[in-house]
Design a protein around this ligand. Structure first.
Ligand SMILES: C[S@@+](CC[C@H](N)C(=O)[O-])C[C@H]1O[C@@H](n2cnc3c(N)ncnc32)[C@H](O)[C@@H]1O
Length: 342
């Protein structure tokens, strides 16, 4: 049995917990701010396929009475002598090869004020691991075989070893980035919210660099999208090629889509809200026209999920909000709104 914890975007905890719970041999034990704790009695490999999560860690220790004083630096070093990192490395080795003496990096994050820095905590922990196991420390995560992650939250800390080689929210396919590009895990969560099925048609009318289309195509959906910016179309096509997925992409104006009435069952999109992407007209009028167009093309049993920081501008005649979720993204708190017919 392996104890794991999974990090996700703030606001997506329930969606990620559902995704984890759907895996075989996994029991979700608790969910808290940005974190899901679980027990895994089978293979760890399937955890690397999770699409909505930021990272998966094997739990190797938890510490109580973590104070803000500098004498804690010696205490971190002493506590680290008991971290079960060798056992974790052996378990991770069943998923990807780990050398007998791996190189490791350490990441530290805090909640609460401290009289020590994250770098000082890293050194304290790294010294203990090197001394006890003969592993070589590297400050560069890309150069490490294993990443040891410490979360200090007020007077408690939890320590994990990352299952994957790289952060799980990073996708290997994402080559061409554009301003306003969506975090892929959020795209995956939006697709889960509208229950996109393999073979189903999925539309993103403002596709930018194509994150939603690619995540949907990887789930087996038949994807179609467009953007009014030719650079976005090129970026989407390139990213789809890199991700080895296919779909229809064309330059269009989302306010007048070349699609038949009631023809689309799933629409997922991240509308421009003016911070990272500029709409050359008043935002209210743009939203009004896009909403009316989405309402025209959505099938009567269809679902629409929209991410925006200005949800009050989403006004429909027939579609009703089914669910709303506030998330944290790039220092903002945008809302995912799901709409359908009553
Ligand atoms: C927030 S970005 C979408 C980002 C995208 N989800 C991604 O991952 O890259 C909004 C997109 O809407 C596009 N857009 C703005 N006005 C548009 C319009 N009238 N028709 C279609 N797309 C439009 C912008 O060019 C931009 O790429």
């Amino acid at each position: 049995m392996s104890s794991i914890f999974v990090l996700t975007t703030r606001g997506l905890e329930t969606i990620s917990a559902d995704e984890i719970a759907a895996l075989p041999d996994i029991t979700v034990s608790s969910t808290s701010y940005r974190r899901i704790n679980a027990e895994c009695s089978g293979s760890l490999a399937l955890l690397l396929n999770l699409r909505t999560v930021d990272d998966v860690y094997l739990t190797v220790g938890s510490w109580e009475d973590v104070l803000h004083t500098r004498d804690m630096l010696a205490q971190f070093n002493a506590w680290s002598d008991h971290l079960e990192v060798t056992q974790a490395a052996a378990q991770i080795n069943s998923v990807r090869p780990i050398p007998e003496k791996p190189k490791f990096s350490v990441s530290v994050s805090f909640i609460g004020k401290r009289n020590y820095t994250a770098d000082e905590v890293k050194v304290s922990i790294a010294d203990s691991i090197t001394f006890n196991h003969g592993w070589a420390y590297t400050p560069d995560d890309r150069d490490a075989n294993l990443n040891i992650r410490v979360f200090i939250e007020h007077e408690q800390a939890i320590v994990g070893v990352r299952l994957g080689t790289h952060a799980q929210h990073e996708r290997l396919y994402k080559m061409v980035e554009r301003p306003g590009a969506l975090k892929p895990t959020v795209a995956a969560a939006m697709l889960r919210l509208v229950d996109v099925q393999a073979g189903q048609r999925l539309l993103d009318p403002c596709c930018g660099s194509g994150t939603i289309l690619i995540e949907a195509a990887l789930m087996g959906a038949a994807v179609q999208g467009g953007d009014n910016d030719p650079d976005a179309i090129n970026a989407t096509r390139q990213n789809m090629k890199d991700a080895a997925v296919q779909g229809e992409v064309e330059q269009w104006d989302a306010r007048v889509l070349p699609l038949r009435d009631s023809s689309v069952r799933r629409i997922v999109t991240n509308l421009p809200w003016g911070r990272q992407t500029v709409v050359n007209e008043e935002l209210g009028s743009f939203y009004q026209q896009v909403c009316s167009e989405l309402e025209r093309i959505i099938h009567e049993e269809g679902r629409v999920a929209i991410l925006t920081s200005v949800p009050h501008l989403l006004q429909f005649n027939y579609l009703q909000p089914v669910q709303t979720l506030e998330i944290s993204l790039f220092g903002q708190n945008p809302i995912i709104s799901v709409f359908g017919r009553p």
